[in-house]
Design a protein around this ligand. Structure first.
Ligand code: B12
Ligand code: SF4
Ligand code: SF4
Length: 254
């Protein structure tokens, strides 16, 4: 222990008698080395008022590191209007990779004397209101990875919504990334393709106030849980159609 970085953004903290140092660039490099395709930093004042489970979860943290793992474009070539077993497998594998990267980043940050808490990629902790501990989409938007499109998904400039996400909460005061503005424009692809007619087609600069503003929420919940998740070859509440049709996710030139 005790390697001291002299770069401007270095954060120092005493851990026992050792001086340890970590900064945003170092944690981002580590995330990419470990397999993340995108990584960004959010200042949590950007998401004040965001509902969490339990309530007040964010209160003792100041920042979040948000990572994204891209799903192969070839998976979406196979999706027409329903999920496929191959998408199911990649969805599960991406969740494992995200949780693995997040736990390793968590260890790195704690080892440097700060607090860190990895939020699972895909755990539903309130099945009445369909909530995770926190919304990774809201955190990813706050970390500058993308915007929440008409589908309510996080759309990134490079991969569109073809990414899965995870968040790491911390009190390490990393330099936050700039926020991106909504680039959906007049596009309605997701609204037109949704097999449950669940996407209302609304638009917003930052985020809708409620999920209902963006979606006929129960239609999506019912489609993925009562139809797709009940198919023996799928078994999980997945779909993939609004992901597939987003122009931002299509390989460039297609
Ligand atoms: C529960 C859940 C579901 C439920 C409910 C979906 C939903 N929209 O909430 C069901 C089963 C229906 C579902 C479906 C799907 N899901 Co899902 N799901 C989750 C889970 C586990 C929790 C979501 C949650 O807590 N939402 C809470 C609400 C309140 O948040 P929200 O949806 O982001 O919307 C609000 C906020 O973002 C807000 N907002 C943004 N900033 C701020 C700031 C403030 C102050 C406030 C007040 C609000 C706010 O605006 C919205 C309205 O309030 C997350 C994983 C996670 N922990 O995030 C994955 C997750 C959202 N799902 C994902 C995906 C991909 C899907 C599906 C496409 C299915 C599939 N895998 O093929 C569909 C898409 C449905 C859709 N169009 O939204 C991905 C999204 C990836 C991406 N690129 O955006 C996630 C992030 C999983 C992951 N690890 O990547 N899902
Ligand atoms: S996940 Fe499927 S059902 Fe839900 S909004 Fe997207 S396309 Fe529609
Ligand atoms: S399909 Fe079009 S409207 Fe839907 S999220 Fe993507 S860009 Fe936005």
């Amino acid at each position: 222990m005790g390697v001291k970085c002299l770069c401007d953004q270095g954060l120092e903290k005493m851990k026992g008698s050792d001086t340890v140092t970590i900064n945003a660039l170092m944690i981002k490099r580590k995330a990419i080395e470990l397999g993340a395709d995108l990584v960004g930093i959010a200042d949590l004042t950007r998401v004040e008022g965001l509902p969490t489970v339990p309530q007040g979860l964010l209160e003792t943290y100041t920042h979040a590191v948000v990572i994204a793992v891209a799903i192969s474009p070839d998976i979406f070539e196979q999706i027409v209007n329903e999920p496929t077993p191959l998408y199911l497998h990649h969805y599960l594998a991406a969740n494992i990779l995200l949780d693995d990267i997040n736990l390793r980043l968590q260890r790195e940050i704690i080892g440097n004397g700060f607090r860190a808490l990895a939020i699972p990629a895909s755990q539903v902790v309130d099945k009445v209101n369909w909530m995770g501990h926190i919304s990774h989409k809201a955190m990813a938007k706050a970390a500058g990875l993308g915007w929440q499109g008409k589908s309510l998904l996080l759309v990134t400039p490079g991969y569109g919504p073809r990414v899965r996400l995870a968040t790491l909460l911390t009190d390490a005061p990393f330099e936050p990334d700039p926020i991106l503005t909504n680039r959906c424009g007049k596009c309605k692809n997701c609204q037109e393709a949704c097999p449950a007619s669940a996407i209302k087609g609304g638009s917003w600069e930052d985020h809708p106030q409620t999920r209902e503003e963006a979606l006929h929420f129960s239609r999506c919940v019912e489609k993925v849980n009562e139809d797709f998740a009940k198919r023996p070859e799928i078994g999980k509440p997945i779909c993939g159609v609004c992901i597939k049709v987003c122009p931002w996710g299509k390989p460039k030139g297609k």
